[in-house]
Write a protein that binds this ligand. Structure first.
Ligand code: GAL
Length: 701
């Protein structure tokens, strides 16, 4: 397998590869070879191991049995199975937490999270760093040398289950972080607005992360810094791990971690610490007992496409470290139905359609003990044949065809992006005056894009973001960036001058980088981008009707929060409000900047609103299909396969059509295509069976 050093933030295989999560420590060693042989029979080439196995390597403090996995590794080597080895820091052993309780995380009241589940540790305790680094170093020395180790996973799902930290060492590390950032207490007090409610600090020792406060509330500016700090602490903890491994890493071995969780800046983690990101993809949450609202209607498991777009914003081509292969269930919490026949294949193809070149199923066999006895893997408790294993065989045959068709490395194609940044994500998580609005608006755009079959990306700001990089998108939607700095506004202006369009929603630009509201006209730096001033604004309360605007005579929703606008230099009024005390006042203003446009809309974006923009701005669906039902997702990956002598490129397109319903759906194709999955040539009306998928290939010259 050719896995070259990851220089471009992407998983870089030369084929679509299947793997699984395996736990040698859960099974009698007599089962290992049989398991690996059966994996191969089902097309599995990679196992991920050891992420919860600290105890196996260090059963007692300082007593090392680093080679515990050697017998398994040798069998894997003999059977030609590749291994992703993990650092086991997500589950510190009982001896460790008992002897060094300072490594434990705590709740806001300082009550320690004790042994019994996982992720009960913190990222800042010097003792945890010392013991983790010592063990990881030994593991790296020992296991990097195996010819079949293709890479490392650091920890497991950093910030999953617990994304807040309140241990003593966290408070101390936060203090150091604040001191480094603000240098003087006067500066800190000013930036954190501590004059309000007499919160002024007079000694660094008084600085804490949120503790037990009235109502659980905190100074909002301190809270935002707290989140920035948690991200920094996670970054530092993973960096320490990567640095312990890198000296022993072979040229073709990678370092990654799995999943995307709150309060982590992944755009910084990759590539500074990780070569690329992998994701844990569990679409069955949509059908479980704790499904979230985005999973309503016909977008249930298609919500994973929202998440996969986030993964792609970090690594355009990525791996799925854990892909659902059975119903999910924890004894006390999560309950999910069995995936229906075809759904495992559908979800696999969904991940591939969005840019995954590696699919590692969670897990090879369901564990018969522990919290996850109901979290099913490919094999049931009995270890006998089952229909999911049969489905896996089909998936394998199809991924071989996808590989032969050259799909690996192809990039998801989108002309439009929703712009996001961590400052607003984190500040908005606490500030209910715009955070929930941003979530709803992202839902609105997601639904509209899905139902209109318009591929989109998320683009997350990085410190290095340039107007040129943003220029890969024709239109950027930046729904409600309450925090918008001068620097970023300037980059957006340059992007527009080069021909780009930016759409802002209400609540834009009224905060500074600390989350304070400076004394200036709203919407701050967005004003000159769109030729607009916000002269009045209101939340639509429970007694307000849905607000509408009229845009060239067409009615469009302006929900949740309204900014009543005023035209400034260069601004052109496109729509007015229709339903409230600000009837007839401007609701949408745009301004031409060079070759591009800035739009300011004084509302949130429901699906109806997003549809309005899609229509008026002429945003285009994927090419090649003339009719796709709303229940079917269309996703396009492309890659250049040849550069001809005249310099023109030959681009190969892979158009995935995914039917998420159990009913048959009919799509209409504009051209003749080869379906890579079935090998058939398709034209005109094509019937997609329930949960069916096709991958249509064509070349563009
Ligand atoms: C993931 C986790 C796995 C397993 C799985 C099913 O979040 O990484 O270890 O717990 O979910 O719950």
């Amino acid at each position: 397998m050719d896995i070259s050093k990851q220089k471009n933030k992407c998983w870089n295989l030369d084929q679509i590869t299947l793997g699984t999560c395996y736990y040698p420590e859960h099974w009698d060693s007599s089962l290992w070879r049989d398991d690996l042989i059966r994996m191969k029979e089902h097309g599995i080439q990679v196992v991920r191991i050891a992420e919860f196995a600290w105890n196996k390597f260090e059963p007692r403090e300082g007593e090392f049995t680093i080679g515990w996995f050697d017998p398994f590794m040798k069998i894997a080597e003999e059977e030609g199975i590749s291994v992703i080895f993990c650092t086991p820091t997500a589950t510190p052993p009982a001896w460790l937490t008992e002897k060094y309780p300072e490594v434990l995380n705590a709740d806001a009241q300082g009550l320690l999270y004790r042994h019994g589940l996982r992720r009960h540790y913190n990222y800042t305790s010097p003792k945890y760093w010392e013991l983790s680094r010592r063990l990881i170093h030994k593991l790296a020395v020992h296991y990097c040398s195996y010819s079949n180790v293709i890479g490392w996973q650091l920890d497991n799902e950093i910030n999953c289950e617990m994304a807040e930290f309140h241990a003593e060492s966290d408070h101390k590390a936060f203090r150091d972080y604040m001191r480094m950032k603000f240098e003087t207490l006067d500066n800190l007090n000013e930036k954190m607005g501590t004059t309000f409610w007499n919160q002024t600090y007079t000694d660094w020792e008084e600085i804490h992360l949120r503790r037990h406060t009235v109502g659980g509330f905190n100074n909002p500016h301190m809270e935002l810094e707290g989140k920035r700090f948690i991200s920094y602490a996670a970054y530092a903890f993973l960096k320490m791990q990567a640095e312990a491994i890198r000296p022993y890493l072979k040229e073709d071995q990678f370092i990654t971690t799995n999943g995307i969780f709150p309060n982590v800046d992944y755009q910084r983690l990759v590539p500074e610490v990780l070569d690329f990101i992998t994701y844990d993809n569990y679409p069955d949450f949509a059908y479980g007992m704790d499904a979230n609202p985005r999973q309503e209607g016909n977008l249930k498991d298609r919500n994973s496409s929202f998440n996969l777009a986030r993964v792609r914003s970090i690594s355009p081509v990525f791996g799925i470290m854990e892909q659902q292969s059975g119903p999910g269930g924890w004894t006390g919490r999560i309950l999910q139905p069995m995936p229906k026949p075809g759904q495992m294949r559908l979800w696999t193809m969904q991940a591939i359609a969005h840019g995954a070149d590696y699919i590692g199923y969670f897990r090879w066999r369901t564990c018969g003990y522990g919290t996850e006895i109901y979290w099913h893997g490919l094999n049931d408790y009995s270890n006998g044949p089952n229909r999911r294993l049969e489905e896996l065989k089909t998936i394998h045959e199809e991924t071989v065809r996808l590989s032969d068709a050259g799909l690996a490395g192809a990039r998801y194609q989108a002309n439009y992006a929703i712009l996001r940044d961590y400052d607003n994500d984190w500040d908005g998580a606490e500030d209910k005056m715009y955070g929930p609005l941003a979530d709803k608006s992202m839902d609105g755009w997601f639904r509209a894009f899905q139902h209109n079959h318009i591929p989109f990306d998320f683009y997350y700001w990085r410190d290095e973001t340039t107007a040129e990089e943003l220029g890969q998108y024709e239109i950027l939607i930046y729904p409600h960036p309450a925090i918008l700095t001068r620097e970023r506004a300037d980059i957006l202006m340059e992007y527009m001058k080069n021909g780009g369009t930016v759409i802002f929603g209400s609540r834009t630009g009224y905060k500074d980088e600390y989350g304070r509201c400076p004394m200036r006209p709203m919407p701050g730096f967005a004003g000159e981008l769109c030729g607009v001033r916000v002269k009045d604004y209101t939340l639509l309360g429970p007694d307000d009707d849905m607000e509408y605007v009229s845009w060239e005579g067409d009615r469009m929703e302006a929900p949740w929060f309204n900014d009543v606008l005023e035209q400034k230099e260069g601004g052109e009024i496109l729509a007015v409000f229709q339903n409230n005390y600000y009837d007839g006042e401007p609701a949408l203003i745009r301004k031409q900047n060079g070759k591009g446009w800035g739009y300011y809309f004084g509302g949130g974006f429901s699906e109806d609103t997003a549809n309005g923009f899609i229509q008026k701005l002429g945003m285009k669906p994927v090419r090649g299909v003339s009719h796709v039902p709303a229940e079917v997702e269309a996703a396009l990956r492309s890659k250049t396969v040849m550069i001809q002598t005249d310099g023109t490129e030959v681009v190969r397109n892979y158009l995935f059509l995914l039917n998420y319903t159990k009913e048959e759906k009919t799509v209409e194709l504009e051209n003749k295509f080869e379906d890579v999955l079935s090998g058939e040539t398709l034209t005109g009306q094509v019937k997609l069976p329930g949960y069916g998928v096709v991958c249509l290939m064509e070349e563009e010259r």
